[in-house]
Design a protein around this ligand. Structure first.
Ligand code: NAP
Length: 453
């Protein structure tokens, strides 16, 4: 029998993951007026907003203002936020299909890509993802002890994440105080010995993935200055003419400006290097990073990096690989291992009815926060078409009460949107008392202690 959706029996959707794509998808479900819809947004963490809270750089506060709109969406009476619920255990795939007409996976990309070179597992070598999670106070990373005794750090990759971690490494405590960086990270970074950070692009300046605004910030830091080798950013007339992308053109201009600057003698330096690939992370003899061997590259006719056989060793004691995030499979959901995404056709999960995906776990880790709005809206359009055309199987237990009973029966401590508002107000007040934008609570148990009375 084809299900009809009414205010008493609305279309019930579970959104798994409360990052930007999950919230944008929810927003799209609320905006449409064809079908009455009810949405439960899940997150394994007590806190909503995913990478906006735990990925966006702590000193990029304006990007985080997107949460004002997110609050409206989660505060809508047709929506519930169910935080601290893990998909796969607290809510299994079968549970989700039994309680919702459609399930939309928006879990992002929580892992990272590896370099595949010797020495990658030495102490002091880690992913930028781990470092970002640590300084942003992600509860799974907060307990990690981050040793910042290195005077030299290599950051592999030239995307915006590489620039974020490099900037945070060289900012002063005073600069970081104005951010919402986690207190443990502020203390550790204040005591850090970092003097030189090498940001390594395997191709040329015209192929770098970062954006110009983020690049320019290196020219405006209190105690650090950019260093660029003119010969590494030199372009032939043909190469220059081939740059059609405006951002890349502007990047090259900013890099030229950096290269032409007289050294200011600041205490810290950020070396923006191009046409170099890491080939081995060297052991200091005690299982820690003792240097990074890199090979000089040239570009072939297709714009790919090719090694020249010329090597150099950078004097670093820490290596952060920042060569892209990678999605992780969800239990019971088809996964495309090669691409690190849920197998899908324009957001419809391959071989499944009533299951959808959006955001980084649908298309891979690219684009800025706002890119996910269209991506999520596109997926929701397919979901709504399927609902209208009677293609959804229909839930066996389509009520909020049934979900509550299921989770209570498993002893899950659900953290609601109103609980989060209590924690949010606490963090803002604590931050204000310290003259900071926010003081994050980083331990899960402490978060769960802040609840609506
Ligand atoms: P990304 O933009 O995809 O950059 C990855 C970088 O890693 C590229 O420079 C890539 O070079 C390099 N790379 C890949 N494999 C490599 C290898 N084996 N050896 C050396 N280099 C390698 O990824 P991301 O920095 O993680 O950022 C993810 C997304 O989030 C991006 O869309 C980014 O713009 C966005 N983001 C935005 C902001 C912001 O707006 N402020 C902040 C953070 C992140 P090739 O090009 O040669 O492959």
């Amino acid at each position: 029998m084809t299900q009809t959706y009414t205010p008493d029996r609305p279309l019930r959707v579970a959104v798994i993951g409360s990052g930007p794509s999950g919230i944008f998808a929810t927003e799209a479900l609320l905006k449409q007026t064809d079908l009455p819809a009810q949405v439960d947004v899940y997150d394994r963490l007590p806190t909503p907003y995913g990478l906006v809270r735990y990925g966006v750089a702590p000193d990029h506060l304006t990007i985080k203002s997107v949460t004002r709109g997110f609050e409206k969406t989660l505060g809508d009476p047709r929506v519930r936020f169910l935080g601290n619920v893990e998909f796969g255990t607290d809510l299994t795939h079968e549970d989700a299909l039994a309680h919702y007409d459609a399930v939309l996976y928006t879990v992002g990309a929580s892992s990272d890509r590896r370099l595949g070179i010797p020495g990658e597992d030495l102490t002091g070598s880690m992913s930028a993802t781990e470092f970002v999670a640590w300084y942003n106070g992600h509860p799974d990373a907060a307990a990690r002890e981050m040793v910042l005794s290195a005077s030299g750090v290599a950051v592999v990759g030239v995307g915006n994440v590489a620039l974020d971690v490099s900037r945070i490494l060289v900012k002063t405590a005073q600069e970081l105080h104005e951010s919402d960086i986690a207190a443990h990270a502020l203390t550790a970074l204040d005591a850090s010995h970092v003097q030189d950070v090498w940001v390594l692009g395997r191709r040329g300046p015209a192929q770098a993935a970062f954006t110009t605004k983020e690049l320019r910030e290196f020219g405006e830091l209190h105690a650090a200055e950019p260093v660029v080798k003119p010969e590494e950013i030199a372009l032939s007339e043909a190469e220059e003419a081939a740059i059609t992308d405006n951002t890349k053109k502007k990047n090259v201009e900013v890099l030229r400006d950096f290269a032409a600057r007289e050294p200011e003698g600041k205490a810290r330096r950020v070396h923006l290097r191009f046409l170099v690939s890491p080939v081995e992370i060297l052991d200091d003899g005690q299982g820690r990073v003792g240097g990074l061997k890199v090979e000089r590259n040239r570009l072939d006719e297709n714009g790919n990096a090719v090694g020249t056989g010329e090597f150099e060793v950078l004097p670093v004691q820490m290596v952060l690989r920042s060569v892209g995030y990678r999605g992780v499979a969800l239990p019971g959901v088809p996964f495309d291992e090669k691409r690190g995404v849920i197998a899908n056709d324009e957001g419809r999960v391959t071989g499944r009815v009533g299951e959808y995906t959006a955001g980084w776990i649908k298309r891979g880790p690219s684009g800025v926060v706002g890119t996910n709005r269209k991506d999520a809206t596109d997926t929701v359009a397919h979901l709504l078409t399927d609902a209208k055309e009677g293609r959804l199987p229909g839930a066996a237990h389509p009520t909020r009460e049934a979900v509550d009973a299921l989770l209570a029966g498993k002893g899950v401590q659900v953290y609601s949107f109103h609980d989060w508002l209590v924690l949010d107000a606490h963090e803002l007040a604590e931050g204000q008392a310290q003259g900071r934008p926010r003081a994050k609570v980083v331990h899960r148990e402490l978060m769960l202690g802040h609840r609506k009375a």
